[in-house]
Ligand binder design. Structure first.
Ligand code: AMP
Ligand code: MG
Length: 390
């Protein structure tokens, strides 16, 4: 199938045409990838079981992994959910439109294909202007992240293209995806609302509005981290799968003092071993530690030609200029003191490891308060359990 690729620009008339075309495609059972404020979504008509089947097919996603239904206004809740509890209303008041997904009891009109066979439906009202334009059509749009299942979620149109070109009807690009990890998911059907997936809206943010919530044990941070097996089945089915993974193996190097001296020294040691075996290596770090790696690498006599220090956000500007001689890339994901910068760049960082053909990847870890829980949750999944304690 030929995939139409359109870009949102300052030309509003053209934008309206793009949106009208996208709405038409979705109404007719087709699939359109579009930006939201978290990551790009792959949208289909949530009330059409055939559309949902197509989404699973295009992504190569297991069909027991339910889809999030996106809405454009609060009045639409009534069309798909049996109940909208008071606490859910309070959260909607505070955080919608925004990166929060609430699991509610579903109405029969929502096909089981959309909910992965569950009697509940996950609902979100996104804040991104392009998503809002699309949703002003009144459609219910099922939209998982627009990546091939298992890969890092796409934060750029070009990544969607890389994964889904030829498999879907249309891609709408708009550069302003700015949160970078998927929405926070909270189950509002349980007696005590339960956090199923951490995201930009943190547990702390939610508890300020509705008081204590539970946290699904399978998403706990690294201190309480339990390997997910049959005995600890996550409440959000998608959290079971290895996810977000770059092609090369990623190991997390953790210590009580996150990103502290012992971590930097250990990562340097491992990276030096790798390059002595001619393996291309990426170190994922933060602005605070970049100079320390510089010093250690220079003490180890790593030549300037074989190492590149870069910020994740600058990396793409220089990708085409990068020499093939580089063996170690020290990439800053952002600022440890400002966790939302890490959150925003994390998937980009994981994708760039693929772009440069990395053979080993090491990342520091983060404290799990506020957005740190979302960052660590994604990193642990991407690492597929490879955690080195120092
Ligand atoms: P994605 O669309 O890739 O952001 O993934 C959506 C995730 O939402 C799924 O992987 C599930 O873990 C979760 N989810 C969606 N619907 C439900 C539901 N009804 N109950 C629990 N979790 C859900
Ligand atoms: Mg996903």
């Amino acid at each position: 199938m030929e995939t139409i690729y359109e870009k949102i620009t300052a030309d509003n008339k053209k934008n309206d045409e793009i949106i009208a075309k996208a709405v038409d495609i979705i109404k007719n059972g087709g699939l359109v990838a579009f930006p939201t404020e978290t990551v790009y979504g792959l949208g289909g008509n949530a009330l059409n079981s055939e559309s949902s089947k197509k989404i699973y097919q295009a992504k190569g996603r297991p069909s027991d992994n339910p889809l999030i239904v996106h809405i454009g206004n609060i009045g639409q809740i009534d069309g798909i959910a049996e109940e909208f509890p008071e606490k859910a209303k309070a959260l909607a008041d505070k955080f919608w439109p925004g990166p929060l997904t609430m699991v509610l009891k579903k109405k029969p009109c929502v096909p089981l294909e959309t909910t992965g066979g569950l009697g509940t439906v996950a609902v979100r009202m996104p804040a991104h202007k392009t998503a809002k334009m699309l949703l002003s059509s009144g459609l219910y749009i099922a939209a998982p992240s627009a990546n091939t299942s298992g890969k890092p979620s796409p934060t750029k149109g070009s990544y969607v293209y890389e994964d889904l070109n030829g498999r879907i009807d249309m891609i709408i690009e708009d550069d302003t995806v700015n949160i970078g990890v998927e929405s926070t998911i909270i189950d509002m059907t349980r007696e005590v609302p339960t956090l199923l997936r951490p995201g930009h809206i943190s547990r702390e943010d939610i508890e300020k509005v509705i008081g204590h919530i539970d946290v699904d044990e399978t998403i706990a941070g690294i201190e309480n981290y339990k390997k997910v097996d049959e005995n600890t089945k996550p409440l959000a089915p998608g959290m079971m799968y290895r996810h977000y993974a770059p092609d090369a193996s990623l190991a997390l190097v953790d210590s009580e003092n996150k990103g502290g001296k012992s971590v930097v020294e250990h990562i340097t040691k491992l990276a030096l071993e790798d390059i002595s075996n001619n393996r291309k290596t990426v170190i994922l770090t933060t602005d605070e530690n970049t100079d320390i790696y510089k010093k250690l690498m220079s003490e180890a006599n790593v030549s300037d030609e074989s190492i590149l220090f870069t910020k994740c956000t600058d990396f793409f500007k220089t990708l085409s200029d990068i020499s093939n001689n580089i063996l170690i890339y020290v990439v800053s994901l952002g600022n440890r003191g400002e966790l939302s910068s890490i959150e925003q760049n994390l998937f980009m960082g994981l994708r760039l490891c693929n772009d440069i053909g990395a053979e080993s990847i090491y990342s520091e870890t983060f404290d799990t308060d506020n957005q740190g829980l979302a960052v660590m949750n994604r990193l642990i999944k991407a690492a597929g359990d490879k955690i080195i304690k120092v």
